[in-house]
Design a protein around this ligand. Structure first.
Ligand code: GAP
Length: 509
């Protein structure tokens, strides 16, 4: 097992043990790729939402929020292109009976060739030491060149096949690249078929004339269909944005990697409506802003990278992914897309209602262009806990497990812990807790030795523990213990709230 796999397993186990995430309907053996957030998970998740909402809506005068219904008129999904084009190409291995996304098999093959290049570079850098010229090596080494040519050739054919919906082309690539099933090891593949990812259901009873409805596969369409409502009632001038947080549903073929790819998940999306021709400028602006949002959490820059799309979605003219280095490698966490007037134009056509903007400066009417930022809430959760999870060896030889969460996002901000469960300390502790609970999500704990209670709080990422001891009864001071340094200092009990508030403050980008 690789180091990354080992860490990932530990994170999943930790999430369950400490009430962050449980498999859905676990007593019935779970439901594939569906998860429930537990008592600590829901707090962390709500704090992430709050951080996003504040930085998008509260701190941008020209962005407002909505909360649209999950069910929408079925024509919405016809107009958006999801009925016809929201497909993944799937392929089955006849021996293992396992199902794969054909595009993912090819992408993984490309990634393994990229990995070979990285290995050549690492080996050469070691051999040549300080005199190593990486650029020159990449340009001249025959093995690197051969792999680079292979990658370029595959990419050209892959992108063409995906863009033209050429399923036979994908199948031919899989055969020619001799891609084997990771389970059976065989190359006994079926044909590639398109698979629509939307879940559908019936609304109303059959006698009523039931109509097919979909569980929304993205929250964005709830924003598009409300564009005019918000623009008119909010008297909004371009450029302005509409933000939304909500559930989305996709019948993923390959649902794996814990909460990374789920069938029911949450998105935080913002559609920024701009004058046509200004989309490039706003696209660059939002790329920069969104990156700053992550960095403000104190997560190192090296754990992120941006990846421009080779293959654009059916609605985009520019698109980039922000990727995060999860324990299983760099993967998409957020997409920033320049969606042109594709969506508003299509809704205008299908609904027969005008969705134009009257520009008071030029006296023109036009359909605005849209730059979208679309971030997966669950993937952000996974990124934050993956980065926060630490196993530390302490100076005294003991070990501790600590969640190094950004304090503002921690489920519990303060734990109030009487040193012993006697001598009036629990009563004093309760009094401190009862005051603090109006300011922060706090916990009161008086069971077990103080050391064990500190460890339990470290494991859920509580940034501050307040200890009530005998001195507290004498002079009204308490100790405040900081999670990461484990340092303690004495402060007046009356100051706890202001001290903690100052230390956990997070000013979003
Ligand atoms: N409105 C544009 C849109 O939905 P997307 O790239 O398909 O774009 C945006 O999705 C984000 O939603 C992704 O970057 C990812 O973080 C999250 N996401 C997509 N599918 C997901 C899934 N099955 N499970 C968890 N998160 C998912």
């Amino acid at each position: 097992m690789s180091k990354g796999e080992d860490k990932f397993r530990k994170i999943i186990a930790h999430c369950k043990e400490y009430g962050f995430i449980f498999p859905s309907s676990e007593i019935y053996d779970g439901l594939s790729a569906v998860y429930d957030y537990g008592q600590n998970g829901v707090e962390l998740k709500n704090n992430i939402k709050d951080y996003w909402w504040k930085s998008m809506v509260q701190y941008h005068e020209n962005i407002v929020g909505v909360d649209a219904a999950i069910f929408m008129h079925p024509m919405v999904w016809k107009a958006s292109g999801h009925v016809d084009a929201f497909n993944d190409p799937l392929i089955d291995n006849k021996d293992s009976k396992k199902r794969y996304r054909a595009d993912v098999l090819i992408e993984d093959h490309i990634a393994s060739l990229e990995q070979k290049i990285v290995k050549e570079v690492t080996k050469a850098a070691k051999r040549f030491g300080d005199s190593f010229d990486e650029k020159m090596f990449l340009e001249t080494n025959p093995r690197v060149q051969a792999n680079r040519e292979k990658i370029d050739d595959i990419n050209v054919r892959f992108v063409a096949a995906m863009e033209n919906g050429n399923l036979q082309g994908l199948r031919t690539l899989i055969e020619e690249l001799e891609i084997v099933c990771p389970v059976s090891g065989s190359r006994n593949w079926t044909d590639v078929r398109q698979f629509n990812l939307m879940f559908s259901s019936q609304m109303g009873s059959a006698s009523d004339g039931a109509s097919q409805v979909y569980l929304r596969p993205e929250t964005a369409q709830g924003i598009f269909v409300n564009y005019l409502n918000v623009q008119k009632t909010g008297r909004k001038k371009l450029p302005f944005g509409i933000a939304q947080i909500g559930k989305a549903f996709r019948n993923e073929i390959v649902a794996r990697q814990f909460i990374f790819r789920m069938r029911e998940f949450e998105q935080m999306e913002m559609q920024f409506f701009v004058k046509p021709g200004e989309e490039k400028e706003w696209y660059e602006y939002w790329k920069e802003q969104r990156m700053q949002w992550y960095l403000a959490l104190g997560i190192p820059k090296e754990l992120f990278r941006v990846h421009d799309h080779d293959k654009l979605a059916h609605y985009a003219n520019m698109a980039v992914d922000i990727e995060f280095e999860f324990p299983f490698g760099f993967k998409e966490i957020e997409g920033i897309h320049s969606r042109t007037d594709y969506d508003l134009g299509a809704h205008q056509k299908y609904s027969g209602k005008k969705l134009q903007y009257f520009d008071p400066e030029t006296n023109e009417r036009y359909v605005p262009y849209v730059v979208e930022t679309s971030i997966g809430l669950d993937r952000t959760f996974l990124a934050i806990i993956s980065h926060a999870y630490r196993e530390e060896k302490l100076d005294d030889g003991s070990e501790r497990m600590v969640m190094n969460l950004p304090p503002a996002l921690a489920p519990v901000k303060v734990a109030v812990l009487p040193l012993v469960k006697k001598d009036g300390l629990p009563e004093k502790g309760r009094a401190v807790f009862d005051k603090l609970k109006y300011d922060f999500n706090c916990q009161y704990e008086d069971k077990d030795a103080i050391g064990r209670r500190y460890r339990r709080q470290d494991a859920i990422g509580t940034p501050y523990c307040i200890t009530i001891d005998h001195k507290t009864l004498e002079d009204g001071t308490v100790t405040i213990r900081e999670r990461d340094t484990m340092k303690q200092e004495r402060i007046p009990a009356d100051n706890i709230s202001s001290v903690v508030a100052k230390r956990i403050a997070l000013r979003p980008a």
